[in-house]
Design a protein around this ligand. Structure first.
Ligand code: GLC
Length: 754
């Protein structure tokens, strides 16, 4: 054993003794801010300033490329105690090797944190997050995160950069695929479900991982849907629409936050003290740590906010950004900034403390290799129950947008023409941000899914066209297949690279010649039913497809078991129950368009939409093609809604009783949604807002009873003074299976007795 190693061993024994002896102390000490304060104090007393700065540094291991540059010599930086965390490294072996260097070859042996973008699965990939949101199934979403944490933690990962909780109303923005869509209430409930699924109840358990609320804040409002673009909005819009899902993660105990790339009202998020010091820490009492997004600190320079990288490091650390992801600025400049009194040593020490606290919470000081266990890795990855859950999630996330003449479900004896560039796809089906998912081997294509229900000889496959090209050479094969079959199933959409980060589109129609092919088939093979199955990472303009086809199933990117889950829908094993978490516009010109817009001073008159001098277009209706909350089923549900009263007194409640009857021929789930409208308030109210939802399963012919409760809590908003409050006045509400239904009840919130 070399001298250095012996010293290290003595130090580690000494350090372990100090830490454990402090833990003994903690039993007798009276007031400790956190269970680890004394242990952290002892450790930090041993650390040099450079080692404390080292904890605020994160480099990429290059097992995946998720940003514009990759690291230089990570091993050297780790050995020198200059690294606190690594991203884009996974597998028990890979993480163990780097951890071994940190533990055995640095002066104090402080363990590394390993982070990765496990946002809709690690190996078993679930539908993209916009798809999972379409299930409106909080338990299922939580379970998808639980499974992701099981697999990721088995491969040495301690930290996922999820949930992405950016509200997004612009389908041009590629990252709309990663979130929960356009609604603040739905997004907040889903955010909580992800944090609970990833973090569980015990971070020291070896199957839980820390979560990361991102991207704080306002990233989804990038101008023109162009990624990384400017964000400029009122405080009212920020607080009423974009911040609540982040607050929901803090209330759920999220351990970390990540900065957004964008500037927000002129102050880039990664240098924004108002966001990270005032709101996140002082108002919301967030105790975890903040990591910058990938080189986001360096990007303060092109933003025109920092003079150089050193200035960027100063601005970010002083704004409350504790860790520098891949920017290499903390390591290079913090010590100098402290010496120049531009950053306080205490600020850096506080950042270091929070990062160490997270490592203690994860149990890494007890056993730094507990998550890098190759036996557990073999036992956990791709468990059958995980794959079954992914299959069910693929079905539950799909939204039936059209189904004329009961085209679906398909009877098994029919021959099928399976056409389209995504029909046999095993690459895009798991979508973007698919972590360590296996795109070509494990993923089940739509074609393979059909084979579970139909004999191969009854499927006539033809690719028909590419996703992107203008090549018509494969059209004729597709037409021939269509002529031979009883029914035509076309699988079309986007390549997975066409959504996600740095993947904005100005045109949100089906790319390439896909729509042309549909048209050609309707001309050459008239009067034959066409089912369009879509795989895409954003709402698309389906105005033409809506006319050309008989049924449309939106599957987003349905994940590793997507082919089976979608086949379960096509053949009626699973009755589609998904509801849109985001509006589908008639065309890109309507954007932004979302269900809870404002009424304006000249709202159109629905009975006379063309009336002059109203807020409308001369070429297209104001309404979307498919609204938020919409989704068809193979059965029908009838609602009876009653209210307990027409007056609400602060401190009391109104009970809404809902009876839903499954009146069709299929068992199925319905997502009952409660929308409320505040008729008058001190800042203009949206025309409606989702304030509750419940997913219920009913056998055919069965009824079920639900209740919703309205109190002043449901009616609060941030007013002009940014007080979170409610105001007396008239309200109306309805409960139903979509946002575009009429109001059926009203009540008055009475003025409180002063
Ligand atoms: C990327 C993304 C962020 C991700 C991070 C690490 O640039 O913006 O969402 O978590 O870098 O991969």
């Amino acid at each position: 054993m070399n001298f250095r190693h012996e010293i290290n061993t003595i130090l580690i024994i000494g350090l372990t003794f100090i830490i454990h002896s402090c833990s003994d102390q903690k039993k007798h000490s009276k007031t400790i801010k956190s269970p680890y304060t004394s242990q952290i104090d002892s450790l930090m007393n041993l650390m040099t300033l450079e080692e404390k700065i080292g904890q605020t540094v994160m480099y990429s291991g290059g097992w995946d490329k998720t940003g514009p540059k990759v690291s230089d010599d990570n091993i050297k930086h780790i050995r020198e105690g200059n690294v606190g965390a690594m991203l884009n490294v996974y597998s028990a072996k890979g993480t163990r090797e780097l951890q071994q260097i940190a533990i055995e070859e640095t002066r104090l042996g402080i363990p590394l944190l390993f982070g990765y973008d496990v946002i809709h699965g690690h190996r078993t990939i679930f539908p993209i997050n916009l798809g999972l949101a379409a299930s409106w199934d909080l338990k299922q979403i939580e379970n998808s995160a639980r499974i992701a944490a099981e697999e990721a933690s088995a491969e040495g990962i301690h930290w996922t950069f999820a949930p992405m909780v950016d509200i997004a109303r612009d389908p041009r923005w590629g990252r709309i695929s990663e979130g929960a869509g356009e609604d603040t209430y739905l997004g907040s409930q889903i955010a909580k479900a992800y944090v609970k699924g990833f973090q569980g109840n015990d971070l020291a358990a070896n199957n839980t991982i820390i979560a990361c609320a991102k991207h704080f804040a306002g990233y989804g409002a990038a101008q023109a849907g162009r990624d990384y673009h400017t964000v400029d909005m009122s405080d009212g819009e920020l607080w009423n629409t974009y911040l609540p899902p982040f607050k929901a993660t803090v209330d759920s105990g999220v351990e970390t936050f990540m900065t957004a790339f964008n500037d927000l009202n002129g102050i880039p998020a990664s240098g924004n003290q108002s966001l990270f010091r005032e709101i996140l820490r002082e108002q919301w009492n967030f105790k975890g740590f903040v990591v910058s997004d990938y080189t986001a600190i360096n990007e303060l320079i092109p933003h025109g906010f920092a003079k150089n990288e050193k200035d960027g490091a100063r601005l970010a650390m002083n704004a409350g950004v504790d860790m520098d992801m891949m920017g290499n600025v903390n390591r290079l400049y913090l010590k100098k900034l402290i010496e120049e009194n531009k950053v306080k040593k205490e600020t850096v020490e506080e950042a270091c403390r929070k990062i160490l606290e997270t490592k203690f919470k994860l149990g890494l000081f007890d056993d730094p290799y507990r998550y890098s266990n190759e036996d557990r890795e073999k036992e956990v990855i791709y468990k059958k129950e995980f794959l079954d859950a992914a299959r069910n999630a693929a079905a539950a996330s799909s939204v039936l947008l059209k189904n004329d003449n009961k085209t679906l479900p398909i009877t098994k004896n029919k021959t099928i023409a399976l056409i389209g560039p995504l029909a046999k796809d095993k690459e895009s089906i798991i979508g973007n941000w698919a972590a360590a998912g296996d795109r070509y081997g494990k993923a089940v294509s739509i074609y393979e899914g059909l084979l579970e229900y139909v004999d191969e000889k009854n499927i006539f496959y033809a690719q028909g066209c590419d996703i992107l090209s203008n090549d018509e050479n494969l059209f004729n094969q597709a037409i021939d297949a269509a002529k031979k079959a009883d029914i035509i199933v076309m699988v079309m959409g986007e390549h997975y690279h066409m959504s996600g980060e740095a993947a904005s589109r100005t045109n949100i129609k089906l790319p390439g010649l896909q729509t042309t092919l549909i048209k050609k088939i309707t001309e050459e093979v008239p009067n034959k039913q066409i089912v369009l199955i879509l795989m895409n990472g954003r709402p698309l303009d389906l105005s033409e497809e809506h006319i050309l086809t008989d049924a449309i199933l939106e599957t987003w990117f349905p994940g590793t078991m997507g082919g089976l889950g979608i086949a379960d829908i096509l053949f009626g094993t699973y009755n589609p129950s998904g509801k849109l978490p985001v509006t589908f516009p008639r065309n890109v010109g309507q954007i932004p368009i979302y269900y809870n817009m404002k009424n304006t001073g000249r709202p159109i008159n629905p009975s006379n939409p063309k009336e002059d001098y109203k807020s409308n277009y001369i070429d297209v209706s104001n309404t979307p093609l498919y609204p938020f909350g919409y989704g068809l089923s193979y059965t029908n549900f009838e609602y009876k809604v009653t209210s307990s009263g027409k007056q609400l007194i602060p401190g009391e409640e109104i009970t809404i009783s809902v009876e839903i009857k499954n009146t069709g021929n299929y068992d199925g789930s319905e997502i009952a949604q409660l929308y409320i409208r505040d008729k008058t308030r001190s800042i203009t109210p949206p025309v409606k807002e989702l304030k509750g939802f419940k997913k219920v399963f009913m056998k055919k012919g069965e009824s079920t009873n639900l209740t919703f409760t309205i109190t002043t809590e449901n009616l609060k908003f941030y007013n002009q003074q940014l007080d979170f409050t409610y105001e007396p006045g008239r309200f109306e509400f309805f409960v139903g299976g979509s946002s575009d239904l009429p109001f059926t009840h009203e009540f008055e919130l009475i003025e409180e007795d002063k």
